[in-house]
Design a binder for this molecule. Structure first.
Ligand code: B1M
Length: 214
């Protein structure tokens, strides 16, 4: 079995204790870190999500798969991250109110940090006011990013962006949104500056937006 396949199976089965060693073994075999992430872990989480949707597994199984993926990402982190911390500017990031999913957000943060951003991580279930308060405490922030993973928390994302859009400091920042149910159309509709599909494209676009702000 290839190293990536091993990682995939361990994440899908939620074998949290074994994943770190399997990721290390895949790296030692010479597997590309991005392929380990995408094909080994994110694809496995998609299978887990589909099994949940079909009623084959339940929340506890999703939770242990998430734990397994987190353990794997820890090993992968130094191999994906490389930038000079803070050089690209400050980025405030959080998962919106009512939403507890943080794996995608954490990957986005990892890629942002590797692109040189200093990221303030507000965590999950972040009330919309917290994004504003954090900006006011950190007025040198360039970008605020919001993640939403549930169709039921898309309204919370909308409310957060709408609140940010009303602020006096609005012209000094860019707002980025993302998460599996989010689309470019939705991002346009709620008045965000950018939507990106995954962590790597978020970091890429953030650099462009940061450069636009000067
Ligand atoms: Co949840 N869950 N979950 N879950 N869960 C999903 C999202 C779901 C699609 C599963 C399914 O049914 N197929 C489904 C949502 C359906 C819908 O909205 N229509 C779902 C559900 C229903 C739920 C609960 C309601 C279940 C219940 O209790 N009945 C519940 C809600 C809890 C809550 O938030 N209030 C729930 C709970 C959980 C756990 C806590 C058990 C666990 C999360 C643990 C954790 O995050 N610490 C969990 C998990 C693990 C999942 C799945 C299986 C995996 C999520 C994940 O980490 N994916 C998920 C199915 C799936 O995604 N395939 C599912 C991997 C991650 C790398 O991808 O987060 O999409 P993702 O991030 C990507 C991009 O979206 C993007 O970049 C990332 C990396 O490339 N991105 C951005 C994310 N944020 C971005 C921001 C940006 C730009 C890009 O700019 C700022």
């Amino acid at each position: 079995m290839s190293g990536i396949q091993e990682v995939y199976e361990l994440v899908e089965k939620g074998k949290a204790k074994k994943v770190a060693a399997a990721v290390q073994a895949a790296l030692d075999e010479g597997c590309d870190p991005t392929a380990i992430l995408n094909e080994g872990m994110i694809d496995a989480m998609d299978v887990v999500g589909n099994k949940f949707k079909n009623g084959e597994i339940f929340v506890p199984e999703m939770l242990i798969a998430a734990k397994a993926m987190k353990n794997g990402v820890e090993v992968l982190k130094p191999h994906l991250a490389s930038g000079v911390a803070g050089a690209a500017g400050k980025f405030i990031m959080g998962t919106v109110a009512g939403d507890l999913h943080d794996i995608g957000k954490n990957l986005v943060i990892m890629m942002l940090e590797s692109a040189g951003f200093e990221v303030i991580d507000l965590g999950v279930d972040v009330p919309k006011e917290k994004f504003v308060e954090t900006y006011l405490e950190n007025p040198d922030t360039k970008i605020i990013g919001c993640s939403a993973l549930l169709t039921t928390t898309m309204p919370a994302l909308q409310e957060a962006v709408e609140l940010l859009n009303k602020q006096e400091f609005r012209s000094k920042i860019k707002i980025m949104v993302g998460g599996a149910p989010i689309t470019q159309e939705f991002a346009d509709q709620i008045g965000a500056d950018a939507y990106t599909e995954d962590a790597a494209s978020c970091a890429q676009r953030a650099k462009e937006l940061s450069a636009e702000l000067g």
